[in-house]
Write a protein that binds this ligand. Sequence first.
Ligand code: ADP
Ligand code: MG
Ligand code: ZN
Length: 707
Amino acid sequence: MQSQQVLKQYFGYDKFRPMQAEIIQNVLEKKDCLVLMPTGGGKSITFQIPALMSDGITIVVSPLISLMKDQVESLIANGISAAYYNSSQTMSQLKTTENKILYNKIKLLYVSPEKLVSKSFYYTLKNIKLNLFAIDEAHCISQWGHDFRPEYTKLKFLKKYFSKIPIIALTATADKITARDIIKQLCLNKPKQFIASFDRPNLSLTVVPGQKRIQKIIYFIKQRLGQSGIIYCLSRKSTESVARSLINSGINASYYHAGLPSRKRSEIQEEFIKDNMQITCATIAFGMGIDKSNIRWVIHYNMPQNIENYYQQIGRAGRDGMNSDTLMFYSFSDVIVYRKFIEEGANIEIEKAKLKRIQEYAEAQTCRRKILLSYFGEHLEDNCNNCDVCKNPPAQFDGTVIAQKALSAIYRLKEKVGINMLIDVLRGSQRNDIIRQGYNKIKTYAAGKNISFADWQQLILQLLNQGFIEIAYDRNHVLQLTDASKDVLFNKRKVSLVKTSEQERIKDIRKKKSKKTISRKQQLYNELFNKLISLRKKMADYYKIPAYAIFTDSVLDDMTKYRPTNETELSNISGVSEYKRKKYGKYFCREVLKFLKENLEDSSRLKGSTHVITYALFEEGKSIEEIAKIRGLKITTIYSHIANSYSNGKNIDINRIMPDNEMSRIKLAIKSMGTKEGLKILYDYMNGEISYGKIRFGIEYYKKNKK
Ligand code: ADP
Ligand code: MG
Ligand code: ZN
């Protein structure tokens, strides 16, 4: 079988994504390789398909037990024999798996690195036919990577003891040092490197200022009710407080952090994976171990420390390829927290530089995706149109006067205050300490009281970015002037700023959304989609697997759009493997049909479904005349629907359409006149005694029963 056929049969997909076919070819030729592809890019298939196409076992090394479980479940859900082998299992479970391996009953075995390097397992390995080693999350081998695991470094032994078996190493970490390190440490033999694009166009990118976060989050979630999402927070405490705030406003959410007992953590993870809990507020510890494909959004309550982390975390959304949203809150206080972390750690200069890059991203006034991809060394030609900057381009204005006010205040406050104090002075606050220090006496006191606090924060950030202000990190983060700012104050230098009014923007969005009433067509879509979602959930609970392992969201989306009512139609949908079609297909087709019947009056809106509805009524025992009446259609039309269904393979009892003698007459007419000249000739041949509708059906019947 060709790899493309395997893709269709076992995974239900029609086409490879970029690079997948080349990687598979390389692996089938038994060559080593290194695959760099973003999270959700589709790395797994590149070793799973060769595993299915070859004799022997493919060993997959994976760093986390939950990740193994997830992947093995997904494989089994596609009818592929896979198992895992790790320290979470009992002796007898391990023994069972070992026997299966020895009897060649398993195609893919997921193993933790510590089990793989154990002595006892070594003998097992020596006694079986090996096909391939796949090292997933291979960056874990490198101290340069962001997730170093010492156990991974022992994997060196693979090349030493199994030099003939090819290795494929896979990671979503793109940086070159890590890649080189992976190759060196695994002793890969002249590996070809496959570097896929890191673009994930289905993820929308939005960054908003960090004020009123909870309010904004609630608004965001209310527009996405029923969807699954993660809110990443910097501290354990805030995971709890954010979850609590959500619960208080009627949104169910859980929280997850490393301080919880491990039983509790796996429980939360399990609930999230199984769609029993749609929202989890978590520290970055969460998510690494899950491949849940229907995460529809990711929020960063705090800015992540660098772009790698950010990209990996948002990458957990939309693995199924469906549109998904990401939202990051940005506030300067996060930067200050990180700077403290960094100063206390190693690699100070590198980490600072990385922090600066994500700050630049957060503050960007140009297409954010371009900035992200350029970080990974890729160049995006056009603006993406799927980030907040593209969708809502910032308007420039002459900000010279505003800049003069702020800079002059910094000057008059003798460069001794931080951002918040500066803004309070500009806004004429009556705070005690302002009065006490006599700050209310300076010339620019209250010179900016018509601008909101939040807007001032944004404006000062812009001045910072443009180099008109500097922060003295070593002196309590006070604001300082620069040479450029002196030009503004004393040499009439002009300053261009960008409009900020965040409040206005949110109001705008609200207005737009509430005005737009959804169309009947959209309503019907939502109705069917939700029905399929609940059917999927029921089946998932029955089979005790995650819902997305039954069918992904994108499969349900296609089902809603194309409304398959039989298995043949179902097999045209991308993501429906043969195994799943046989196992679940009829339930989904039945649900679609039921929906179509319930929405007869909307059948004209449900394109393509009209003969399906006719057939459904016919199947219920209604006569042709009754159906025509119910549907308000002509009798001939109903006959031709029935003829259509019949030629599409539906069972039709001919006796319900016409008596035997009429069918004989039609047959005779066809034999004498043929069918090429159209219905009229046949109609005339029978003196107009048999209706067009019956003739139409008779032709189909004749064609099918000729032999
Ligand atoms: P990664 O390991 O790179 O993060 P996965 O291997 O988990 O990504 O794949 C992400 C999703 O993409 C999965 O749901 C997978 O089934 C899907 N996928 C992979 N290859 C294809 C393809 N050729 N067509 C459609 N979907 C695909
Ligand atoms: Mg993966
Ligand atoms: Zn953009």
